[in-house]
Design a protein around this ligand. Structure first.
Ligand code: PAF
Length: 283
C-alpha cells in the first residue's frame, strides 16, 4: 500500500500512460474509518483495478462553531483497516496544498443543497462539492463510492457529476449499523456510554415510522408527529430536523409513498447525528 501526500504525485499516477485501461475505484473519506467505510472499500476493490482511499478532514465543509478541531483522527488504525480492505493507494493531502493562499473557487449545487443539513449547516455542501470536485480532478476515478447515511451528500454529488459531465460513476452503498441499530459514524466516538444509549432513539424513530407506513399510515403530518415523539422521549436528545421528503428531489411532501425519505438530524448532548431511511426500501 502506497501513501501519497502530494497532489502532483497522485495526479501524475492517475494520468500516467502506464495506467492504461486500469480502472480506478475511489473512496473519499475524512478518516477515523469504521465498518461503514470498510464496506465502501470492499465494494471498491471489486469494481476497480486500483483502489484509492483519500483521508482529508476538509476544513471548508465545517461551519465556524462545528467540530473541525476536535474531529477524531487515528491514522495508524486507518492504515490497518485500509490494508485489510486491499487499498492500493492512500492519498492524504495537506490543507495547505489543497487550499493554498489565493484559493477562491467553489462549486455550488443549488436547490438540492438547501434543505435538511444544508439549512442547518449553511455552506456545508458547497464545501463538500468543492473538495469532491478537486479530489476527482486529482484521483481521476472511474467509479467513486459514498455511503447512503449521508443521503443528501450523495444526492448533491450525483447532481454535480451529472450537471458537470464528470466522467465518474457514483455508487451509493447501504447504511452500515451496529448490532443495536446505531448507524456507524466517526462522530459516534464522541458519545459517552449514556449518550450512546440515547442515540438509539434515532433508530427507534426510524423503525416506528416504517411500522406506521407499512400499516397504511401515509399522512406525513402524522408520521412526523409520531417519529418526533419517539425522539422526544430522550431527555438528552434535541431534534435538529425530522423530515419526510421526496427521495429523488428532496422536495416536501404531504403524502408518503415507497420513495419517501425520512431524514433525521438529532443532537445527543454535544454530538449531532444523522440517519435516514427510504420507507419502501429494506432497512
Ligand atoms: O463523507 C465524507 O466523509 C466527506 O463529506 C467527504 C465526501 C469525504 C468530503 O470531504
Amino acid at each position: 500500500m502506497k501513501i501519497i501526500n502530494s497532489i502532483v504525485h497522485m495526479q501524475a499516477l492517475a494520468i500516467a500512460p502506464e495506467r492504461g485501461e486500469r480502472r480506478i475505484a475511489f473512496v473519499p473519506t475524512m478518516g477515523f474509518l469504521h465498518e461503514g467505510h470498510a464496506s465502501l472499500l470492499r465494494e471498491g476493490r471489486k469494481r476497480g483495478d486500483v483502489l484509492v482511499l483519500s483521508i482529508f478532514v476538509n476544513p471548508i465543509q465545517f461551519g465556524k462553531n462545528e467540530d473541525l478541531d476536535s474531529y477524531p483522527r487515528d491514522m495508524d488504525r486507518d492504515f490497518q483497516l485500509a490494508e485489510a480492505c486491499g487499498v492500493d493507494i492512500v492519498f492524504i493531502p495537506t490543507v495547505a496544498e489543497m487550499y493554498p493562499d489565493g484559493f477562491q473557487t467553489g462549486v455550488t449545487v443549488r436547490d438540492i443543497s438547501l434543505p435538511l443539513c444544508g439549512a442547518s449547516r449553511p455552506g456545508h455542501f458547497d464545501g463538500v462539492a468543492t473538495v469532491v470536485t478537486k479530489l476527482f480532478n486529482i484521483v481521476r476515478p472511474d467509479v467513486a463510492l459514498f455511503g447512503c447515511k449521508d443521503f443528501q451528500q450523495l444526492a448533491v454529488i450525483r447532481r454535480m457529476t451529472a450537471d458537470l459531465n464528470m466522467p465518474v460513476e457514483i455508487v451509493g452503498m447501504p447504511i452500515v449499523r451496529e448490532a443495536d441499530g446505531l448507524a456507524m459514524s466517526s462522530r459516534n466516538a464522541y458519545l459517552s456510554p449514556s449518550e450512546r444509549q440515547s442515540a438509539l432513539s434515532l433508530f427507534r424513530a426510524i423503525k416506528r415510522a416504517r411500522e406506521l407506513f407499512a400499516s397504511g399510515e401515509h399522512s406525513i403530518a402524522v408520521l412526523e408527529k409520531e417519529t418526533c415523539a419517539v425522539i422526544e422521549q430522550e431527555s438528552t436528545a434535541a431534534i435538529d430536523y425530522v423530515e419526510f421528503r421526496d427521495g429523488a428531489t428532496l422536495h416536501k411532501l404531504e403524502v408518503a409513498d415507497g420513495n419517501t425519505l425520512l431524514a433525521l438530524a438529532v443532537k445527543i448532548g454535544q454530538t449531532r447525528l444523522i440517519d435516514n431511511t427510504v420507507l419502501g426500501e429494506e432497512l
